[in-house]
Each structure stands twice: as C-alpha cells, then as structure tokens.
Write a protein that binds this ligand. Structure first.
Ligand code: PLP
Length: 216
C-alpha cells in the first residue's frame, strides 16, 4: 500500500487539542479559517519547529500575506492570482510554500476548486512560481453514502494527478517537481480515498469528535 500521511484537522478545536495530539505523536495539522489558524500557530509558538500547519479552507486574496508568512502548506489554491500573491509574499528565509491545487471534482456549481478543464493551465503556471512548490491535488467530493459511489471522485482525482505528472514532467524535465500528494479523504470517506491512492487524508471529527460549537 502507498505511504499515507494523516493531516489532523483541528478547525474549531482549541490549541489544547492540538497540543494533546502532538503529545500523542501527530505533527501535521489542518485549519480552515485563516485567523483561527494564525491564533493557534501563535498560541503554540514553542512547538512551531515540530508542527506542520496546513491551510485547507478557502483563501481570499486579502488574506494571503499572513498565510505565506506562517503556514507550511496551502491545499486550497484554485486561482492563479492567489498563487502569485503567495509566491510574492513568501518570506525569503523560509522554504517554498507547499501547494496543492483544489479541484472541483464533483462539478458542483457552488463549490470552490478549479475545473478539470482549467487544471492543466493553472498547474503549469503555478509550477513556474519561484517561492511555491507544487505538490499535488486536493478535493472535497460531494458526500455519498456508499463505498463504491465514494470511490468515483477519488479515482477521478487520482487520474488527474497522473495526467498532470505526465504533462509537467515533459515541460519541467530535470526539475524537482515531485507531485507526490493526493490530498483526499475525510472522516466519512477516508477508506474510499485510500483505496483510490490518497497520500494524505484530512481527518477531524473521527479524531476529535463532532464539531459542536459554531465555526468562526
Ligand atoms: C473539515 C474538513 C475536513 C475534515 O472533516 P471531518 O469530516 O471532520 O474529518 C477535511 N477537509 C476539509 C477541506 C475540511 O473543511
């Protein structure tokens, strides 16, 4: 089986929950809301070197600067403008910011994510930005109850990553463009995602319990 990393989704849970998960051996944490994530990064500053912070929620262009300064990964890039700002704003003393492109894999009109049709051009442009490292693709498929239906969007995302590897491998020969990340699978569908090749599953409620209090 493939190597699978666990991204612990700590949105709406306090810094103390992250601290407890870190004490139990976890190091990758995902946040949806920029300000909430920044607050936890600040509160857990003494653990900064041991933690990887991933932004997995939508990112508006007026919030890119603190994200470029404080996060390690952004999974939700779906527009070139956001990627360009993150690249410009990534501080020179930090390593390149790791990027996944979010794909609207279920084709829902209201959801964020680039369409499969627009993905190749976006990926090519992002791969050329100096302060970013394009790592792969991310999706949040439409919920489905049964395993076989859950597998389909994950299979489609895996196929898009394979296609992208071929496309960019041709154009960036000799560069370190590993495209090693397939960020898919949440509490409700992580087995289906793993069956289709997920390399990073993003799990919140199955670890911390249901999110009960209002999201910020
Ligand atoms: C909340 C969230 C998750 C985790 O969801 P759970 O159902 O709690 O596991 C994963 N990815 C994204 C983008 C999310 O917003």
């Amino acid at each position: 089986m493939q190597d699978i990393s666990l991204l612990v989704v700590s949105k709406t849970f306090p810094a103390s929950a992250v601290r407890a998960a870190h004490a139990a051996g976890e190091r990758r944490f995902g946040e949806n809301y920029v300000q909430e994530g920044l607050d936890k990064i600040t509160e857990l500053a003494e653990l900064r070197a041991e933690l990887e912070w991933h932004l997995i929620g939508p990112l508006q262009s007026n919030k890119t600067k603190p994200v470029a300064q404080h996060f390690d990964w952004v999974h939700s890039v779906d527009r070139l403008k956001i990627a360009q700002r993150l690249s410009e704003q990534r501080p020179p003393e930090l390593p390149p910011l790791n990027i996944c492109l979010q794909v609207n894999i279920s084709g829902e009109a209201s959801k964020s994510g680039v369409s499969a049709a627009d993905l190749p051009a976006l990926a090519q442009a992002v791969a050329g930005l100096p302060r970013l490292r394009l790592r792969g693709l991310m999706a949040v498929p439409e919920p489905a109850a049964d395993f076989e239906t859950q597998r389909q969007p994950h299979r489609a995302l895996a196929a898009l990553l394979a296609q992208l590897r071929r496309q960019l491998g041709q154009q960036h020969k000799g560069q370190d463009l590993s495209l090693d990340t397939l960020s898919m699978g949440m509490s409700a569908d992580l087995e289906a995602a793993i069956a289709e090749g997920a390399s990073m599953v993003r799990v919140g409620s199955a670890i911390f319990g249901a999110r009960t209090y209002p999201q910020v």
